[in-house]
Ligand binder design. Structure first.
Ligand SMILES: [Fe+2]
Ligand SMILES: [Fe+2]
Length: 316
């Protein structure tokens, strides 16, 4: 199924879980280092946020980082590895060669390690800074993602889970590329994001090939349903989860009306849709190349979801 290139990659020496040391927080907290690049915190420059005491603004940035890492911890274990272990154990609903299963086990280890160090760094920074993460419940996000599959692919939860992972692993968000480059950011944060990005480059290639095989095995009727499921999966993977944002803003001392004002102003629809299209461009190219967009109704579904230029997302 997945070709020989994967086997040639020396996972045993190059994967982060095999090669990288435990990343530790250095003595940088009092030295003016940033928790996260301000440009990647949509509400950081909002006047109501800027009017907060410096300490509260710093705690907000720390909690934005904690939120990103907490999301990663949950997503890797509850979504990515839920599907990856099905491929690895040969229960993905398609005939999977041993080579592909071996690679899926390697990815399973990678993702488990990404979850581990994401949680590890949250704890290191929380303990050293005294800023605790706001409690985060991942279940609503996962349920929203699962609901897309239940609706578009009723009775095929495994296929829906495989598609979730194909979509997510072929998305490219700004964070993995931008954080390591920003020398103002805490070294430990830049290190783990860079470590993560390296592994994900390989995962991207694996899941793109996996999707080509999966797609080739679907009947014409299944292809129609899969094609119509994908736009919803892309949207629900990429639209910002605003519940933890509201919780962090409230914890910083903003009142309910101010929280809503900051959220309203900081996540304008056109910019959010643009960022979503940008992050989805590789996934879209994959769907174009494999013929997903040629299936009856597919192009319209992607247009309506704002994932193609000229679609709903182009509204001002
Ligand atoms: Fe990962
Ligand atoms: Fe991954």
């Amino acid at each position: 199924m997945v070709n020989a290139e994967d086997g040639e990659r020396d996972w045993y020496t190059k994967a982060g879980v095999r090669r990288d040391p435990r990343r530790l927080l250095r003595e940088e907290l009092g030295a003016g280092r940033l928790y996260f690049p301000p440009a990647l915190i949509p509400y950081a420059a909002h006047p109501l946020v800027r009017a907060l005491p410096t300490e509260a603004q710093q705690a907000l940035a720390a909690r934005h980082l904690f939120q990103y890492l907490g999301f990663t911890t949950h997503f890797e274990t509850e979504v990515v590895n839920r599907a990856t272990q099905r491929i690895a154990t040969g229960r993905g609903g398609v005939d999977t060669p041993a080579r592909t299963r071996l690679d899926a086990f390697r990815i399973y280890c990678d993702e488990g390690y990404h979850a581990l160090y994401s949680f590890d760094v949250v704890r290191q920074i929380a303990d050293a800074s005294g800023v605790e993460p706001v409690p985060y419940d991942f279940a609503p996000f996962r349920e929203r993602l699962d609901a897309v599959g239940v609706e578009a692919l009723p009775g095929q939860p495994v296929l829906a889970q495989l598609l979730q992972v194909v979509v997510f692993e072929t998305l490219v968000t700004a964070i993995l590329g931008e954080v390591p480059k920003d020398e103002r950011v805490l070294t430990v944060v830049r290190q783990i994001v860079r470590d993560h990005a390296r592994d994900e480059g390989w995962h991207h290639a694996f899941f793109a090939r996996f999707f080509r095989e999966l797609w080739a095995r679907q009947s014409a009727a299944e292809r129609v349903r899969v094609a119509r499921c994908l736009p919803g999966l892309v949207r629900s993977s990429l639209l910002p989860d605003l519940r933890p944002v509201r919780a962090a803003l409230a914890a910083a001392g903003l009142g309910a009306a101010q929280v809503e004002e900051v959220v309203h102003d900081s996540y304008p629809r056109a910019a959010t849709e643009r960022a979503m299209r940008e992050a989805a461009r590789h996934a879209l190219r994959l769907f174009e190349e494999t013929g997903v967009l040629a299936v009856p109704g597919a192009r319209d579904a992607f247009l309506t979801a704002g994932l193609l230029a000229g679609g709903a997302g182009d509204d001002p």
